[in-house]
Write a protein that binds this ligand. Structure first.
Ligand SMILES: C[S@@+](CC[C@H](N)C(=O)[O-])C[C@H]1O[C@@H](n2cnc3c(N)ncnc32)[C@H](O)[C@@H]1O
Length: 229
């Protein structure tokens, strides 16, 4: 796997939370207006909160990266006493030298949990809390075939389509459409026309929602099978 760490820069965003920037791509892992506020807005509030309360929620994340969405989801699970199974995929896993510089654990008062999330082996289930089990996979998401009719929610949070052409494809969206349960939700920061068209033609109903600071819109897509119309 390509060594990307020589291109990484640690930054502090406007809300005080840290983030990373890939200088070779000129692309950030999060918005400079606030990593935690952006992730909460898109993935927790527009995604997880929308799923509602269930006996268990299965989440798939494409793009584990810094682990920010994972730790925010763990925080939600503990606060809401909501059982969550979290499967997360990463093409370019980060080393401990990088992840130990991130301040999410400190800010959220979940330092031990954040460290643990990063030190866990890949491709194994770990119950981190009575309400939260995580399974990390260190592969490009486009190479995987996901369990059918399993997930309630997908966080689609990989780098933008121009950097990951093999990922933002109709074949991948069809694969993850099948992996969602009926009524399941996909949320992403990306509102590009091509992405909307591919989601629609894969069977999703899409809606644009107001974005976090610095981003006009985000996308929520819902699996509603045609046979139900
Ligand atoms: C925008 S960053 C966000 C990551 C993460 N959700 C976070 O909060 O830090 C995108 C992440 O997607 C990963 N990624 C890019 N292409 C991927 C692919 N094809 N499959 C899986 N992960 C990918 C990148 O390495 C990076 O960690």
């Amino acid at each position: 796997m390509e060594d990307i760490e020589k291109h990484l820069e640690l930054i502090i965003t406007e809300d005080g939370s840290s983030s990373l920037r890939r200088n070779d791509l000129q692309e950030g892992y999060h918005s400079t207006f606030g990593a935690i506020s952006e992730s909460k807005h898109i993935f927790i509030e527009a995604g997880l909160r929308k799923v509602g309360i269930l006996p268990n929620i299965n989440i798939l994340e494409i793009g584990f990266g810094t682990g920010l969405n994972a730790i925010l989801t763990l925080e939600f699970a503990i606060k809401e006493e909501q059982s969550i199974y979290y499967q997360t995929i990463e093409k370019y896993p980060l080393s401990k030298e990088i992840t130990s510089e991130l301040n999410y654990g400190k800010i959220l008062d979940l330092e031990k949990e954040f460290e643990k999330i990063h030190s866990l082996d890949w491709v194994r289930d770990y119950q981190l809390d009575q309400y939260f089990t995580i399974h990390k996979i260190d592969k490009p998401a486009e190479e995987l075939c996901f369990a059918k009719d399993f997930f309630h929610l997908i966080y689609f949070d990989a780098f933008a389509p121009q950097f990951e052409e093999n990922l933002w494809t109709k074949a991948v969206f069809e694969n993850i459409f099948l992996s969602l349960k009926e009524g399941g939700i996909l949320v992403t920061y990306c509102c590009k026309g091509d992405v909307k068209r591919m989601l629609k033609s894969s069977g999703f109903q899409i809606e644009k929602l107001p974005g976090p600071k610095g981003k006009r819109e985000i996308l929520r897509a819902v699996k509603i099978s045609k046979s139900l119309y």
